[in-house]
Design a protein around this ligand. Structure first.
Ligand code: NAD
Length: 436
C-alpha cells in the first residue's frame, strides 16, 4: 500500500513543511533489491573495554563486503563485549559520541555484547545497560538508521549470518533489537547468496501477504518452496508456487491431521517450517463470543503447537532444520480489541522459548519467531485512516514495514548459518514505541 506521506516528506517542499510543523520525517529506507543487494560503503570497527571476542571478528566483518574506514561510514560495529563496569561503559560513549552524526542515512549501528554474567553483578549491570543504550540511540538515530545489539556467547563466526543480515539492506526495518547468538552448532553456507540451495521450505498462509513474500524470499535464497494455504485460496497458492518454481499444498492447518498430511506430502522431510498463517477476529473482551476467541486461538496458536509436535515426532523436520513462528507486537505490548489475538501471539513467544532448547538438543532444529509491527498489507489497509496513520508513524523509523522486511528476517533465521540463533523473538517493527 502506498504511503503518500512518506513520498511527500521526502520531497523538497515536504521536507521544509514537516520540519517547520514538527511532523514526523520518515526517510526512504534502502532495502534489498537485485540492483542493490548490499551496502558498498565503509565499516567502522570500534571497541569499548578489552574485547572478549576472538580474532575471528575482523575476518567476519571483512566478509560483509564493507570496506574498513572511518570517513562517513555506512556501518559502525562497536565491540562492547569487554564492558564490565560503569568505567568501561564510559568507553561506549567515548567511541560513539564523535561518530554517530557521520553515519550515512539508512546506515547501521551494531553493538556486540557479552552474555550476562550471573556471578558478577557489575558485569551484568554494565551489559544490561547496553540494552537501554541501544534502544535509546535507536530512537535518536533518525534518517532511516538502525541500532541493534547482538550478544555473542561463542566464536564470532557463529554470529556471521546475523552480522551479515544486520549490516545489509535486508534488515531495513529491524531496529532496537537485542539478539542472542548462542554457542550452538552452525553450518557455513557454500554460497551466502543462496544459503538455502537444496533445502525444502514450507510456509503456511503463503497464498498472499507476508506469507507469499516469505516464500518468495526463501525461493530467492535457493529453497524449494511449498506454498500452503486453505483450499479456498487454492488458485492464489498455485499462482505463487508456479511463479517461484515450487508447489502448492492446500489444507486447513486447524485440521487435526494437518501435521500428518504435511509429513506424507514431503517424504524427504522439511528443512524450514514457517508458521505464518494467522487471522484476526477483533472485539473487546466484553463483546467477544467464544467462537471469535476459539478460532483465533486455534489458527494462530493451537494448530502451530499441534503441527510442530506432529512434524517433530515423525522426524519430518530434518536435522539442521529451522522452525520460524510469527508472533506480533500485539502479543508483546497488547492491543485493545485484540485479547484473543494478543493471547495467541504471546503464546507463540512462549512456544519458542519453551521448545527451542529441547528442539535443538533432541532434533537438531532451531525454533525462533518474528514479531511484525505495522506492516503494509491487506490486513492493515482495512484499518480506519487515522488509526492506520498513527500505527504507521509510532515507531523510530516513522513508517510501516513491508512484507519483504518480515520475509528477509525469516530468511536470516532460516539459513544454515543461523544455527546458533535459537529461542529468539525478533521484532520487525521499525522499533515500535509499543512494548519493550
Ligand atoms: P493475510 O490475512 O494477508 O494472510 C494470511 C494467510 O493465511 C491467508 O492466505 C489465509 O488464507 C491463510 N490462512 C488463514 N487461516 C488458515 C488456515 N487455517 N490454514 C491455512 N492457511 C490459513 O495476513 P498477513 O497480514 O500476511 O499476516 C501474516 C502473519 O503475520 C499472520 O500470522 C499475522 O498475524 C502476522 N502479523 C501481521 C501483521 C501485519 O501488519 N499485517 C502484523 C503482525 C503480525
Amino acid at each position: 500500500m502506498a504511503d503518500r506521506y512518506l513520498s511527500f516528506a521526502g520531497s523538497a517542499p515536504g521536507r521544509f513543511l514537516t520540519r517547520r510543523l514538527g511532523l514526523p520525517q520518515p526517510a526512504e529506507l534502502i532495502r534489498w533489491s537485485p540492483e542493490h543487494p548490499g551496502f558498498t560503503g565503509e565499516l567502522l570497527h570500534l571497541t569499548a573495554g578489552k574485547p572478549d571476542l576472538d580474532a575471528q571478528l575482523a575476518p567476519v566483518l571483512a566478509r560483509t563486503g564493507l570496506r574498513p574506514g572511518a570517513g562517513s561510514p555506512v556501518a559502525v560495529v562497536l565491540d562492547a563485549t569487554g564492558v564490565r563496569d560503569v568505567e568501561t561503559l564510559g568507553e561506549v560513549h567515548a567511541a560513539l559520541h564523535p561518530v554517530v552524526r557521520s553515519v550515512a542515512a539508512s546506515g547501521r549501528i551494531v553493538l556486540l555484547g557479552a552474555p550476562l554474567d550471573h556471578t558478577d553483578h557489575h558485569q551484568y549491570a554494565a551489559q544490561q545497560a547496553l540494552e537501554g543504550f541501544v534502544r535509546s540511540l535507536g530512537k535518536e538515530a533518525g534518517r532511516g538508521r538502525t541500532v541493534n545489539l547482538v550478544r555473542i556467547a561463542g566464536d564470532a563466526r557463529s554470529a556471521e549470518s546475523t552480522l551479515r543480515f544486520l549490516l545489509s539492506p535486508r534488515s531495513a526495518y529491524v531496529s532496537g533489537q537485542v539478539i542472542e547468538v548462542g554457542a550452538g552448532p552452525f553450518a557455513v553456507p557454500d554460497d551466502w547468496e543462496r544459503p538455502l540451495a537444496g533445502r525444502t521450505a514450507l510456509v503456511t498462509g503463503a497464498a498472499r501477504g507476508i506469507g507469499a513474500a516469505v516464500a518468495e524470499t526463501l525461493a530467492r535464497d535457493g529453497a524449494r518452496v511449498v506454498v500452503l494455504d486453505v483450499p479456498a485460496a487454492e488458485a492464489e497458492a498455485r499462482a505463487v508456487a508456479e511463479r517461484l518454481g515450487g508447489r502448492a499444498l492446500t489444507l486447513d492447518i486447524t485440521e487435526a491431521d494437518a501435521g500428518a498430511r504435511i509429513a506424507d506430502a514431503l517424504p524427504a522431510g522439511l528443512d524450514v517450517l514457517v508458521h505464518n498463517a494467522g487471522i484476526t477476529r477483533d472485539r473487546r473482551l466484553v463483546n467477544m463470543p467464544a467462537e471469535r476467541w476459539g478460532s483465533v486461538l486455534d489458527v494462530n496458536l493451537g494448530s502451530v503447537l499441534r503441527t510442530t509436535d506432529a512434524l517433530l515426532e515423525r522426524r519430518a523436520v530434518n536435522a539442521g532444520g529451522r522452525i520460524v513462528g510469527t508472533a506480533s507486537i500485539a502479543g508483546i505490548a497488547g492491543n485493545a480489541g485484540q485479547t484473543n489475538y494478543g493471547a495467541s501471539k504471546a503464546g507463540i513467544v512462549g512456544l519458542v522459548r519453551g521448545l527451542a532448547p529441547r528442539a535443538l538438543a533432541e532434533y537438531g532444529v532451531t525454533v525462533n519467531a518474528v514479531a511484525p509491527g505495522f506492516i503494509e498489507t491487506r490486513m492493515t489497509a482495512s484499518i480506519p485512516l487515522f488509526i492506520r496513520e498513527a500505527g504507521r508513524r509510532m515507531n523510530s523509523l516513522r513508517q510501516g514495514g513491508t512484507p519483504g522486511d518480515v520475509a528477509e528476517t525469516v530468511g536470516w533465521l532460516a539459513q544454515p548459518g543461523s544455527g546458533a540463533v535459537n529461542g529468539q523473538i525478533v521484532r520487525v517493527c521499525g522499533q515500535s514505541l509499543l512494548g519493550a
